[in-house]
Design a protein around this ligand. Structure first.
Ligand code: GLN
Length: 239
């Protein structure tokens, strides 16, 4: 952590904030405060300079136009690149995941990404809409991923990143894998919001940011109920 409080930046709420992705900032802040950590959440709009000294950066989903504009502004700003070079954590969802790669398609045009993750996205034959679930990379030690996806892009991973999960329901990157991670950078197609539906993933980001090997457990009764309800709904839809 770079200062006494944990600094979380929610990037471009005016462009990248679909399907409840702002909830990811709320969940991170709450879970940190419940462990006694002081937290500062900063929302940085796309006409503002991005601070490069925060601990965790969140980039949410967006429609094609705002996604392309968001990527252009993040490249021009340079703050996220400086933050990553200093060891900050980045969590990208859907459009916010695609734009961390080398390129993506928006409105039929190939756009440059931030080149932070070795992956590129093109368009699929159909939109991927619905529940998303998968078994997370065992090296991360997390329970199964659950979420909701809505995207037209398909993502192809290069050798420098690892898939976040193996798909059990939905499409994710390509119908086989979902999301990607490298170092303290992690991207997923999971909305819902992802960290409300996957509190263990929120805790992973908090551990990466603080350097803690373990965090005190919290009462996750309500999120466990949500996870079980979603798992049953997916199983029922399959049967
Ligand atoms: N515009 C992107 C796509 O359709 C991302 C959509 C999203 O963020 N939900 O693939």
């Amino acid at each position: 952590m770079s200062s006494e409080s944990l600094r979380i930046v929610w990037i471009y709420p005016d462009l990248l904030s679909t399907y409840g992705d702002r909830g990811n900032a709320l969940i991170l802040a709450r879970r940190a405060r419940q462990r006694g950590m002081p937290v500062e959440v900063v929302e940085v709009r796309s006409d503002q300079k991005l601070p490069s000294t925060a601990d965790i950066y969140l980039v949410g989903g967006g429609e094609d136009g705002p996604q392309a504009l968001g990527a252009q502004r993040l490249i021009a700003d340079g703050g996220l690149h400086r933050a990553v070079a200093q060891g900050s954590v980045v969590f990208g969802v859907c459009a916010g995941y695609q734009l961390l790669g080398t390129s993506f398609f928006a409105k039929g045009v190939q756009c440059r990404g931030l080149e932070m993750l070795d992956l590129q996205s093109d368009r699929g034959e159909s939109r991927a809409v619905g529940e998303l679930a998968g078994e997370i990379d065992p090296r991360l030690g997390l329970p199964p991923l659950t979420g909701f996806e809505n995207h037209g892009g398909r993502t192809h991973l290069g050798p420098e990143v690892s898939p976040l999960a193996r798909i059990t329901t939905g499409i994710g990157n390509d119908g086989t894998t979902e999301g990607a991670w490298r170092g303290k950078l992690l991207g997923t197609y999971s909305h819902g919001p992802a960290l409300a539906r996957n509190p263990a993933l929120a805790d992973l980001l908090l551990r990466w940011a603080t350097g803690a090997h373990q965090l005190p457990p919290l009462d996750d009764t309500w999120s466990d109920r949500l996870r079980n309800e979603r798992r049953s709904a997916v199983a029922a839809a399959r049967a």
